[in-house]
Design a protein around this ligand. Structure first.
Ligand SMILES: Cc1ncc(COP(=O)(O)O)c(C=O)c1O
Length: 455
């Protein structure tokens, strides 16, 4: 067999296996069986001395790996805030992987860096962010928060005459970081990585939906960074970012918005009011692997002050093509080398268009409301105002909730996770997969209600 025939044979085999997997996701049990999970231990072996035939490697992966996956790509996975992947994004992701571009520098990867630039401008437009703000394609909202807050750190310190990139934080004047009682844990991780400290923060009180209560907002004195949220992990609620900006901006504070999934509400006419005033903030983080339904991993940071982001992230070295008229992607990201993840984002936006994105977001929210109505009519307590795609339901006390959730997960029709909301255990349903239909919701409701009523 010629090298090209072997290549075609291998890649076609992979594509066929991938297609077969995707064709089955809607009907397989959402959680893998215990036997399948045990089967995946078949991968564990000492580092092999001799190689294995490439097709045998692929077949081992499919035979042991595929059955042990959770159907996150399927329509009835409602755990965490995960999202699936639009078929076009899987297809373009495969092609982009075949290209194997390192998208650090424009001149060596003109196609991918141009596509990323286009995708970035489209999202700035879609979210109504200030034209000309900078963007960075990163692994997810955790790193997007980190990236945006690194720019914030640069700006607040340069405002007080301290070069934080050169001098670090040892001996630096203090900066106040205001978070909320409901700030996502990954923001604290970013604050730790940036040297601000995970615990050296001021916590703004929140209301019963987890929104910052502006009437009890802490006083702002001196250099300050404020971390707000669009889309609470449990309730889907939005901080009043516009009002916070009105208080904070005249005092020179930097306002950051963690919009891991919530920022996508800005793309829907019916939901855009939730993001009102957001454009006044300084930085925003979001995920494409959640609600835009592109393959993992894919997050984006947006920063109004391009110079602050560049100062925090740019690398200079004689061997790098840094002196260029083009936008070098690595000037904006923590990484130098990385995959061209913006291409998947471009493909999703190109194939859906503005109306398609809005329809996907609206469809998920409508299915979330359908869950809430169905569960409430069945007599169960909905703990949140269902303003977005997140639903919190309680079936009773802590032990009852945990037992029911575990049985739902084991039954296989759908998968929902456990959470604790304002000291009450609950089941969280997150609808953010492009392929979930109202029939999927009804099918899941039937199982959830039957299991809950059996207790
Ligand atoms: C509000 C919020 N911020 C940040 C994150 C972290 O996102 P990622 O896991 O993509 O890094 C999440 C994840 O669910 C989230 O909901």
């Amino acid at each position: 067999m010629s090298e090209n025939s072997k290549l075609r044979d291998l890649l076609t085999d992979a594509a066929e296996r991938g297609v077969a997997y995707r064709e089955s996701v809607a009907e397989r049990d959402v959680a893998p069986s215990a036997a399948a999970v045990r089967g995946a231990t078949g991968f564990i072996e000492p580092m092999p001395n001799e190689g294995t035939d490439e097709k045998a490697v692929l077949s081992m992966l499919d035979e042991l790996g595929s059955p042990a996956t959770v159907m996150m790509a399927g329509p009835r996975y409602f755990g965490f805030v995960i999202g699936g992947s639009l078929p076009v994004t899987v297809a373009t992701n495969w092609l982009t992987t075949a290209w194997d571009q390192n998208v650090g520098m424009h001149e060596v990867t003109p196609a991918t860096s141009t596509l990323e630039l286009v995708a970035m401008d489209w999202m700035i437009d879609l979210f109504g962010l200030p034209a000309g703000c900078a963007a960075a394609f990163v692994t997810g909202a955790t790193v997007a928060n980190f990236t945006a807050l690194a720019a914030a750190r640069n700006r607040v310190y340069s405002d007080i005459g301290w070069d934080v990139e050169a001098n670090g934080l040892i001996g630096a004047p203090p900066v106040t970081v205001i978070v909320s009682e409901e700030t996502h844990p990954t923001v604290f991780k970013s604050l730790g990585l940036l040297g601000f400290g995970r615990n050296r923060v001021v916590r703004a009180p929140v209301d019963n939906q987890g929104r910052i209560d502006v009437n009890r907002f802490p006083d702002i004195n001196g250099p300050t960074i404020i971390c707000t949220q669009a889309g609470n992990l449990n309730t889907g609620a939005f901080d009043p970012v516009g009002e916070i900006c009105t208080i904070a901006k005249p005092k020179g504070a930097w306002v950051h918005v963690d919009g891991a999934f919530g920022l996508w509400a800005a793309a829907s006419k019916d939901l855009a009011h939730l993001c009102s005033g957001f454009a006044a903030a300084d930085s925003w983080a979001t995920d494409a692997h959640k609600w835009l339904n592109v393959p993992y991993d894919s997050g984006i940071a947006f920063v109004r002050d391009t110079a602050a982001l560049k100062s925090a992230m740019a690398i200079t070295a004689d061997y790098l093509m840094t002196d260029t008229e083009f936008r070098n992607p690595s000037d904006f990201t923590p990484e130098l080398s990385r995959r061209a993840r913006g291409v998947d984002v471009w493909a999703a936006l190109k194939s859906l268009g503005r109306t398609g994105v809005a329809a996907m977001i609206d469809g998920c929210c409508s299915n979330a409301r359908r869950f809430a109505v169905g569960l409430s009519e069945a007599g169960f307590e909905i703990l949140n105002d269902v303003v977005l795609n997140q639903v919190l339901v309680s079936f009773g006390d802590d032990a009852t909730n945990r037992k029911i959730i575990s049985e739902i997960q084991n039954e296989g029709t759908c998968w929902c996770g456990v959470t604790v909301w304002q000291e009450k255990t609950a089941m969280r349903i997150s609808v953010c997969n492009w392929s979930t239909t109202s029939e999927d919701v009804d099918r899941s409701l039937e199982v959830i209600i039957a299991i809950a009523n059996r207790q």
